[in-house]
Design a protein. Structure first.
Length: 278
């Protein structure tokens, strides 16, 4: 069998197509006897091998991407992770993440699994994540996804691109939309667990109640006072961890609820998301 001659131009062409390193491309072309499609498959298989070896690695770096549709009614946020900050700030990595977000927006993805199954070019997003691992040599994954649909959706991308918050309103009132950015900043800064008291997850609330009671007992308070004191602690929990009951970061004399009512007393927050890496 005649061995194909692998030129520098061939290697560079494969590198441009796949983003893999020069030596990896040369080895793949040599192994494939100059067949580009076979060489691409070889590189992809290498990526799959790297992916398998990287599953136990922590990926605490990355980039959070958020975008609202042109009509302002749908918001999409994705978090693509990697292992090192060096990769997280790489222009190609950022461009890759933005291409996934654009795909989510244009195809109205509703979940991470749905997005991973969509085609990005001629490959699914899930397959391109494996390809990226092969090229970069780090664990790369789509670790979080948020979708919000409402009359008005506001997204706030925090500087540093590791935190994005989304707030949805039941009105198209432009004044509310303008105020929405401040409320989205509140979500980013204060990390509320729910919009209001009634929205707190029951399991979380039960856990907070039990913790409060144990703390009170440890302080030696009489048993007949425990329920009353615990109720006070839970009210403090609500004021610290539910959005509408938090102090507004731009005016601590008001709660977020009072601020929103001062803008439009008929406006309501219908959804809230916070996506963070690290």
């Amino acid at each position: 069998m005649t061995t194909a001659t692998i030129s520098a131009a061939d290697v560079n062409k494969l590198r441009q197509q796949t983003g893999s390193g020069m030596m990896d491309c040369k080895k793949a072309l040599t192994e494939a006897n100059g067949d580009f499609e076979a060489a691409i498959d070889i590189l992809r298989k290498k990526g799959q091998k790297i992916a398998a070896n990287r599953q136990d690695r922590e990926a605490k770096e990355g980039y959070v991407f958020g975008k609202v549709t042109a009509d302002g009614k749908e918001g999409f946020v994705i978090a693509v992770c990697c292992e090192t900050d060096f990769v997280a700030v790489n222009a190609d990595f950022l461009k890759y993440g933005e291409s996934i977000l654009d795909l989510a927006v244009s195809n109205k993805a509703k979940s991470a699994d749905e997005l991973k199954a969509m085609k990005l070019g001629d490959r699914t997003v899930a397959e391109t994540l494996v390809d990226q691992m092969g090229r970069i040599g780090e664990k790369i994954d789509l670790v979080d996804f948020a979708y919000v649909n409402a009359e008005k959706v506001i997204i706030y991308n925090h500087p540093g691109n590791k935190l994005t918050s989304v707030v949805a309103f039941d009105t198209t009132n432009q004044v509310v939309a303008d105020a929405g950015r401040d409320i989205a900043m509140q979500v980013a800064a204060m990390a509320p667990v729910a919009i209001d008291k009634d929205d707190v997850d029951s399991t979380l609330l039960e856990r907070e109640v039990e913790i409060a009671k144990e703390q009170i007992r440890a302080e030696g308070k009489p048993e007949n006072m425990i329920e009353k004191i615990a109720a006070g602690k839970i009210n403090k929990f609500y004021s610290e961890y539910t959005l509408l009951n938090q102090q507004f970061i731009k005016d601590e004399k008001k709660t977020v609820r009072q601020y929103l009512e001062s803008v439009d007393k008929n406006a309501h927050i219908t959804a809230m998301k916070r996506v963070k890496i690290g």
